[in-house]
Design a protein around this ligand. Structure first.
Ligand code: TTP
Ligand code: MG
Ligand code: MG
Length: 433
């Protein structure tokens, strides 16, 4: 093990004990966190402990030291059990009868979903105060991407998360477990590793060796059935997957093989997607008079494409599928879409793809509405790679960049391209989604 040079974090008093110090010198707590990569990891998964049960115990302290089961209701199964009841073998989704056999002394309460939803929202609000990049997975858990928030918080993500956990206990009265890593997959695995009141870190340096000893079911998407398939092929641990070639895994298990390959190696590039993140970005307009001619539709399409592009650029996202929408004079809606080789946020690529689809639709029909947009949104990092965009459109991309910076300087109206100039006067983009 390398010498651990950075200070730890006391999860009780939030002081910074010296490297290697196990018991907090300030408050005496043994809950001191040390990890070599503590200052560089920023993807977290937070999950509340025994969520429904914790809320009921908070609201009725007489239940605190008793085994508590939340469940019953119509399906007659356990929703959750507190950790005392779990010691006796009670588990979520267990039939209530069986649970009471295992733990006859348990107190049973019916779920109060409205209350749990309220507390869930409260926790979420507190998460959103740390970063806008909060991706909820269920009522009691979410991913957080704290990259780049160090200056804002005056502390690295690990400290921000320790403060968060302490605050939830104090202000909401329930406990959470935190997983901290460099990717979603391992953050989620980590949060489950040290429950309840846990804080578990999986760094880049230990990812491979940690995963090697784990069962294949640790991998996202590997349930009982698929695990059985793998077991038939003699594969039980992630370590075995680490020694297999990508091609071999793909040949055997198709797209799932690809996932096995990367996740077994701790490679997970999925971004934390905030709640309510747009599924598509589009812009449409209803004409003053119905339009049938391509030459009259083109400038409108161009103007709409630019609007879509501007919004993509502003949000720093890109879309992989271009969607064209038309409504004919008799109110029939046509939508057409086309997938691009790689995501785009350039007006020109959106426009050209849209135009290609539009040409096929123009057949004398009179249209009252035209819309264009992109779906399959991703972050902009992989958008419009210059080596994949042909040389000509690469030049257009550069030109578009130049136009953008002029607009930034002199405002929207300063630069209009040939298509929109003068033409699209009778059709103003109206609705953005
Ligand atoms: P979980 O986070 O899976 O479980 P938990 O919070 O009760 O316990 P822990 O995370 O500490 O292991 O689920 C959150 C809530 O969702 C849980 O409190 C009750 C509800 N739930 C069900 O109703 N049925 C189920 O089968 C599961 C797993 C959860
Ligand atoms: Mg939970
Ligand atoms: Mg959960």
């Amino acid at each position: 093990m390398a010498v651990n040079a950075s200070p730890g974090i006391c999860r009780d008093c939030l002081s910074r004990p010296q490297p290697g110090v196990r018991r907090c010198p300030a408050c005496g707590s043994p809950r001191v966190l040390h990890h070599e990569e503590l200052s560089s990891l920023a993807i977290a998964h937070i999950d509340c402990d025994a969520f429904y049960a914790a809320i009921e115990k908070r609201d009725n302290p007489a239940l605190r030291d008793k085994p508590l089961i939340i469940g019953g209701g119509k399906r007659g199964v356990v929703s959750t059990a507190c950790y005392i009841a779990r010691i006796n073998g009670v588990r979520s989704a267990m039939p209530m009868l069986k649970a009471l056999e295992a733990c006859p002394q348990a107190v049973v309460l019916k779920p109060d979903m409205e209350k749990y939803a309220r507390v869930g929202r409260q926790v979420r609000e507190m998460m959103l105060a740390l970063t806008p990049l909060v991706e909820p997975l269920s009522i009691d858990e979410a991913f957080l991407d704290l990259s780049g928030t160090q200056r804002l918080h005056g502390a690295e993500p690990a400290m921000v998360l320790a403060r968060f956990a302490a605050r939830v206990e104090k202000e909401i009265g329930i406990t959470v477990s935190v997983g901290l890593s460099y990717c979603k997959f391992l953050a989620k695995v980590a949060s489950d590793r040290d429950k309840p009141r846990g804080f578990s870190v999986i760094g880049r340096g230990e990812a491979l060796s940690f995963l090697a000893g784990q069962p294949v079911t640790t991998i996202w998407g590997v349930g009982k059935t698929f695990a059985a398939t793998l077991a038939r092929d003699g594969i039980r641990t992630i370590g075995q997957l680490q020694r297999m070639e990508r091609a071999e895994l793909m040949r055997r298990y198709g797209t799932m093989g690809e996932r096995l390959y990367s996740l077994s190696r701790g490679q997970d590039t999925r971004a934390v997607k905030p709640q309510g993140a747009a599924k598509s970005v589009s812009s449409e307009t209803t004409f003053d008079h119905d339009i049938a001619a391509l030459e009259d539709l083109v400038p409108v399409l161009r103007a709409l494409s630019e609007r879509v592009s501007a919004r993509l650029k502003k949000a720093d996202i890109a879309g992989r599928t271009v969607v064209l929408k038309l409504k004919s004079a008799d109110f029939r809606i046509r939508t057409r879409n086309r997938q691009l080789g790689d995501p785009t946020r350039l007006a020109d690529r959106i426009f050209r793809t849209g135009l290609d689809m539009l040409k096929r639709e123009v057949d004398g029909t009179r249209f009252r509405l035209l819309g264009i947009g992109v779906a399959d949104l991703t972050d902009a990092a992989k958008a419009d790679p210059p080596d994949l965009v042909d040389t000509l459109s690469h030049k257009r991309a550069l030109a578009e960049g130049a136009i953008d910076s002029l607009r930034e300087k002199y405002g929207r109206q300063a630069v209009e391209t040939g298509y929109t100039f003068a033409r699209a006067r009778n059709a103003r983009p109206q609705r953005d989604r």
